[in-house]
Design a protein around this ligand. Structure first.
Ligand code: GDP
Ligand code: CO
Length: 413
């Protein structure tokens, strides 16, 4: 891949935010130039082998999930965390069959689990990580909640990189590009604590019966504006460097995943920045992780070559996302009276209560024994299925990870 070098980097305490980089060629030929980095495909492939891609899914069209799963590069492990309906028509059963079929056809390593499985709730409780659970000890609804379960599983598998791909993407080829973009970003990273966030080149919409290649969405534009404002007011210099406040498509090193705390539902993405600013930003003296603070936390923002076409979820969804994002910024340590007033003005009648609410924050999962958590799921949870690489047809993995490594070594492809 030929990836543009970042022209500028904003340093904010221990956090380094690189300016947007364009993908100049998805597949390049080894020609280097001073403005771009050539990353050979075998180097990317080597990163993909250490990658888990998590697909959070809730009641999406099965055709879309099918395309997404088939597009994720073979070398990655895929972890599907579903919160789809199980009553009447069991959507989860369809999703699980899809995963099983794909494994039978391609022998890729895939895992699937249902977010509401009571045994998953129990395994989290046993692991001492109960912040995802409701009063019945079942995992709450929410995309972030599903993503955290996926990250714990990736950690159990010993993966170094964790990426996310939404299940509602209409263009499978774009999903393949996203994953390769993630890997290319990590090839540029100097710190083991890094994150790659994608920015769509276009997000096409139908406007007056024609396809219109829109560049910015309302939610991301507003979220980015306020995140940049937090930084600008703090340094005294205006910046617009941050353009990926709501990037659902993002990836991070497992080391960084262990350091972060997470905000519920759709506020997880903007909160990455808030968490980093609050814990590693300028003026922080007591670090939650000294190693990360010393190494620095690098954020890459890559503009994809492919446009992003996904399921339109309607006005209420957009509004909730905006509200969640701005609430997160409103309650950050760096937020000044001035920014708060601006946010209140922006929210206007969207705010149905006195003050923006504090989104629920789930603490770091660094202390969780992920291996034991996976082992317990494998032996107890009905919805959990792990299809390992090179396993014989129809053979579903269960039990411990040691068997998976044995199987991996007998891989036939
Ligand atoms: P948007 O693309 O950011 O506007 O949000 P989407 O509604 O498309 O959600 C992103 C992804 O998260 C999709 O694949 C959804 O199916 C999935 N998702 C949404 N809510 C949940 C949830 O509660 N649990 C899980 N596991 N996935 C969810
Ligand atoms: Co979507």
């Amino acid at each position: 891949m030929l990836l543009e070098l970042p022209r500028r980097t904003e340093i904010f305490g221990s956090v380094k935010i690189h300016e947007m980089q364009r993908v100049l060629k998805i597949d390049s030929g080894g020609f280097t130039n001073p403005r771009a980095k050539d990353i050979p495909f075998d180097v990317i492939k080597d990163v993909l082998k250490r990658f888990a891609i998590i697909v959070p899914v809730k009641d999406e069209k099965i055709h879309l999930l099918d395309g997404v799963l088939r597009a994720i590069p073979f070398d990655c492990t895929v972890i599907v965390v579903s919160n789809s309906k199980r009553e009447a028509h069991d959507w989860y059963k369809l999703e699980r069959n899809l995963v099983k079929n794909l494994h039978e056809l391609a022998q890729q390593e895939l895992i699937i689990v249902h977010q509401k499985d009571p045994d998953l709730g129990f395994a989290l409780y046993e692991a001492g990580y109960d912040s995802l659970l409701d009063e019945n000890s079942v995992v709450r609804d929410g995309k972030a909640e599903g993503m955290i379960i996926g990250m714990l599983l990736a950690k159990a598998l010993g993966k170094e990189y964790i990426g996310f791909a939404d299940a509602d993407n209409y263009v499978p080829g774009s999903v393949r590009e996203y994953v390769i973009d993630y890997a290319a970003g990590f090839c540029m990273a100097e710190s083991p604590y890094s994150m790659v966030r994608l920015h769509w080149r276009y997000k096409p919409k139908v406007v007056a019966d024609k396809l219109y290649f829109k560049k910015w969405g309302r939610v991301s534009e507003t979220t980015n504006k306020y995140l940049n404002l937090l930084m600008s007011l703090h340094t005294g210099f205006e910046t617009r460097i941050l353009i990926t406040g709501n990037a659902g498509e993002h990836a991070l090193t497992t080391k960084l995943a262990d350091v972060l705390s997470y905000s519920t539902g759709y506020s997880i993405e903007p909160y990455h920045f808030i968490c980093l600013f609050d814990n590693f930003g300028p003026g922080v003296t007591e670090f939650v992780d000294l190693d990360a603070a010393t190494a620095g936390i690098e954020i890459f923002q890559i503009e994809t070559l492919n446009p992003h076409i996904h399921e339109e979820k309607g006005e209420i969804h957009i509004r909730n996302m905006l509200l969640d994002s701005l609430q997160t910024i409103y309650h950050s340590r760096l937020c000044t009276e001035y920014v708060r007033d601006k946010i209140l003005e922006e929210l206007g009648d969207m705010l149905e209560w006195e003050e923006p609410r504090q989104n629920r924050i789930m603490p770091s999962f660094a202390g969780v024994d992920a291996l034991q958590f996976e082992e317990q799921l494998a032996t107890t949870a009905e919805s959990y299925a792990r299809f390992q690489r090179g396993a014989l047809e129809g053979e579903e993995a269960s039990s411990s990870l040691s068997t998976s490594f044995e199987k991996e070594s007998t891989r036939t492809i």
